[in-house]
Design a protein around this ligand. Structure first.
Ligand code: NGQ
Ligand code: ZN
Length: 463
């Protein structure tokens, strides 16, 4: 007997947030692969099931280091002298040194369950711990990448896997530190890993890209060869890079090349819409203009940038140049799409001493933020996850209209209330990825089991 063919499905929503704004009586229909066949407003419900509440597109999370979820809250104490991004990184490396394939899978599975319960329907995994605890490749060089793929599959999370190229500890070819040994790969071994992962990734509808870690970690020749090799595998594959997050990186890049990091990258790589510039916190006006013009996504990670004391991205300037952006939860100090957007807007308010800074085509800030972050996140993911439109994945969530945060409010205010009206419990009721229901009444089916495995893995790591 042949395997049953998945049948697809349908949902009727009295209110749904489409890329152009709120619409009424929306009928969503998708095929067996979870791709939207039609999104019809002012439709009849027919025999389609009714959504439990207003429907929003699922949020792509454009930047994640899954293993870092295991030490959320555990780096918040003062060491000797003044703590910084760099002293945090030393602590973070200690956790990275303890990861095993089993613990990574447990941590990532729970993290993806949390993300789904909090409105994210896909994630870009910027994955750099490749080797065993002695820095030697595993018998299967893809061991830890495969652990992430399994975690995403089990939780039902859409995935863009971005294996990270890491070779040096600083500009000018500085050799890696001992505690970076698990990250280090030759360019050839990176291209071989990508080849190895192509069928695995395809088999679960994930996407594959490449992440040169930063200009500090990848010398120019390696960057050029890796990008060429990637283009030979897939000319449209996404490329993510950490850039200009810290002023020290900017100073070191200037000392090395005479150029600032973003300026250098734009001059030396074919940066275009495939690229996601993660953080890009410290740019001068010309870099904002040039990077936006090239069509790259700005990958903003508000909670991590606040946690690490990075600085504040100039959103009005970026938007003024038509810049595309999305959000990532990065180190996972916060795992909640709504809170990430709230923090983004609040950072702008604090620095500009204004209100409602990021209202867009929709004067409701929550709605403007949500829709823009879905579009930018989808571009960075390199997957069709750009919201409720034909041809996109059926990735969406339904809010609970009876939740105290939302009950009785006009529909136009709902996303802002969800984003800014912080409540002890989330107003997210249900969530679908590729048309499959993954969260119901606020809970993922794996919630208990995945939480237990996560806490056990964390306890092991702390022994
Ligand atoms: C990372 N995280 O790779 O996890 C980095 C820190 C680095 C952030 N930049 C390490 N937030 O940049 O060298
Ligand atoms: Zn990062």
């Amino acid at each position: 007997m042949s395997a049953p063919v998945p049948r697809g499905g349908a949902l009727f929503a009295e209110h749904a947030l489409l890329p152009g704004g709120w619409a009424r009586d929306v009928l969503l229909r998708w095929d067996g692969a979870g791709t939207l066949l039609s999104v019809q407003a002012d439709a009849e419900a027919g025999d389609a099931p009714r959504a439990p509440g207003p429907v929003l597109p699922g949020m792509p999370n454009l930047h994640s280091h899954a293993f870092q979820r295991a030490f959320a809250g555990l780096t918040e104490y003062r060491g000797t002298g003044q703590d910084s991004f760099w002293s945090w990184r030393d602590l973070m490396y200690r956790f990275a040194s303890r990861i095993t394939p089993a613990s990574l899978e447990a941590i990532a599975t729970w993290l993806y369950v949390e993300m789904l319960e909090a409105g994210y329907t896909s994630v870009c995994e910027f994955h750099y711990v490749h080797h065993d605890q002695d820095g030697r490749p595993y018998a299967d060089d893809a061991e830890l990448s495969l652990a992430l793929l399994r975690a995403a599959r089990r939780a039902g999370m859409g995935l863009t896997l971005l294996p990270v190229l890491y070779q040096t500890s600083g500009f000018g070819g500085r050799p890696p530190r001992a505690d970076q040994a698990r990250f280090i790969r030759s360019t050839d071994s990176m291209l071989a890993l990508l080849q190895r992962l192509v069928p695995e990734v395809r088999a679960q509808g994930a996407a594959l890209g490449l992440a040169p870690h930063s200009l500090r970690a990848v010398p120019p020749e390696s960057l050029a060869v890796a990008l060429q090799g990637l283009a030979a595998i897939d000319a449209r594959a996404p490329i993510h890079i950490h850039i200009a997050e810290q002023t020290q990186e900017v100073d070191d890049c200037l000392a090395w090349s005479g150029q600032r990091p973003v300026q250098w990258l734009l001059d030396h790589a074919d940066v275009d819409a495939r690229w996601c510039l993660v953080h890009a916190t410290h740019m001068v006006p010309q870099e904002y203009a040039d990077a936006a013009r090239r069509g790259a996504v700005a990958g903003i990670c508000p909670s991590t940038e606040a946690n690490l004391g990075d600085g504040i991205f100039d959103m009005p300037r970026w938007l003024g140049h038509g810049g595309v952006w999305g959000v990532g939860s990065d180190s996972h100090a916060c795992v909640n799409a709504a809170e990430e957007l709230m923090l983004l807007e609040y950072g702008q308010r604090l620095s500009l001493r204004q209100r409602n800074v990021l209202a867009g085509p929709d004067p409701q800030v929550g709605t403007a933020l949500w829709n823009a972050a879905v579009q930018g996140g989808a571009q960075a993911a390199g997957r069709p996850v750009a919201g409720l439109a034909t041809g996109q994945q059926a990735d969406f969530l339904a809010l609970d209209p009876g939740h105290v945060a939302l009950a009785g409010l006009p529909v136009q205010a709902l996303v802002s209330a969800h984003v800014f009206g912080s409540h002890r419990t989330s107003a997210l009721h249900s969530l679908w990825v590729g048309g499959t229901l993954r969260v119901c009444a606020g809970r993922h089916a794996l919630h208990e089991e995945a939480a237990r495995a996560f806490t056990a893995a964390r306890a092991d790591m702390m022994k």
